[in-house]
Design a protein around this ligand. Structure first.
Ligand code: CP
Length: 311
């Protein structure tokens, strides 16, 4: 694997999932694989888990890790071709990516959707700019369209906690006061498709995800129906698709509480707004897997970097 931009880079997924779980148990023998190599982590947006878990993963493999908050510390980057750069953007991605490739052996990038223009977000300009102009492997630490490191950690968590061979996995929208990107649900849906077994998605009208990703998965506008017989309930807010990138619905009845969850286990990528997205009674219960998911972020990054360093 050269780059890790989407879950489809882990093909066949089942084999890679087993590999990631095996490496989690026995990663000490890989402690020198990354010696003499540098991981560069570039953040255009905030992070807690991704930043620290990916840093930790690089160090567990013996890598040097350098981190830059591009939004506040770097020059503003221009991504357009042939632009007359007489505005606020001081550096072009062509030079920036080439320079960073001289300092780093792997470049990891976080750049969220701006939620202003759907076509621009779908073009994933920042991640694709680094893919085009960097001479080293590139890792997606959440782009405008996907968060595959999170989805791999989520798949690992489901494997570790499932109580039957083919658990029912449900993704449900929940309310949130701010407009959030669709990257996490996109990658989670990709993962649902790859896991096999029954699935369902619940969201209010106007919140449709990319139909190419959701093809074949039953979609409900009634949360209770979707949650029936669920083994894992993944709770996540995302902004509307039509009109794009706005908060269309704030209906508090979509918040997930213990009564709705029944005996299912609850997952969320974090950060989570308590008593808006998920109720305290769930987050404070043994049915919440959010800490286990966050722990697996280290091991999903470890596996991806291990794959890249080996090839
Ligand atoms: N889940 C996740 O990516 O968390 P951060 O935004 O804190 O990195």
């Amino acid at each position: 694997m050269k780059n890790f931009t989407a879950l489809s880079d882990l093909n066949p997924f089942g084999e890679h999932l087993k590999g990631a779980l095996a490496l989690k148990k026995d990663h000490r023998k890989a402690a020198t694989l990354g010696q003499g190599k540098t991981l560069g982590m570039l953040f255009f947006n905030p992070s807690l888990r991704t930043r620290l878990s990916t840093q930790k993963a690089g160090r567990l493999l013996g890598m040097e890790v350098v981190v830059m908050n591009f939004g506040s510390e770097g020059w503003q980057l221009e991504f357009g071709d042939g632009v007359v750069m007489d505005g606020g953007k001081a550096e072009h991605i062509k030079e920036a990516a080439a320079v960073l490739s001289q300092y780093c052996d792997v470049i990891a990038v976080r750049s969220f959707a701006e939620l202003k223009n759907q076509a621009e977000d779908q073009a994933d300009i920042v991640l694709n700019g680094f893919l085009k102009y960097a001479g080293v492997p590139v890792v997606n630490m959440e782009s405008a369209t996907g968060h595959p490191l999170q989805a791999l950690a989520d798949a690992m968590t489901i494997e570790e906690h499932k109580k039957r061979a083919q658990p029912k996995i449900v993704l449900t929208w929940a309310p949130h006061p701010r407009a959030l990107p669709q990257a996490v649900p996109n990658s989670f849906v990709e993962m649902m498709q790859l896991m096999g077994g029954p699935t369902a998605i619940a969201h209010p009208k106007g919140y449709e995800l990319n139909p190419e990703l959701t093809r074949g998965i039953p979609i409900y506008h009634n949360q209770e129906e979707a949650l029936e017989d669920a083994d894992f309930v993944y709770v996540k807010n995302w902004s509307a698709s039509d009109p794009y990138g706005v908060v269309l619905n704030t209906d508090p009845s979509w918040m997930v509480n213990l009564d709705k969850l029944g005996s299912a286990q609850m997952m969320h990528c974090l950060p989570v707004r308590r008593n808006v997205v998920v109720a305290d009674d769930v987050l404070d219960s043994a049915q919440s897997l959010v800490l286990q998911q966050a722990n697996n972020r280290t091991y999903s990054a470890l596996y991806v970097l291990h794959q890249i360093l080996q090839h």
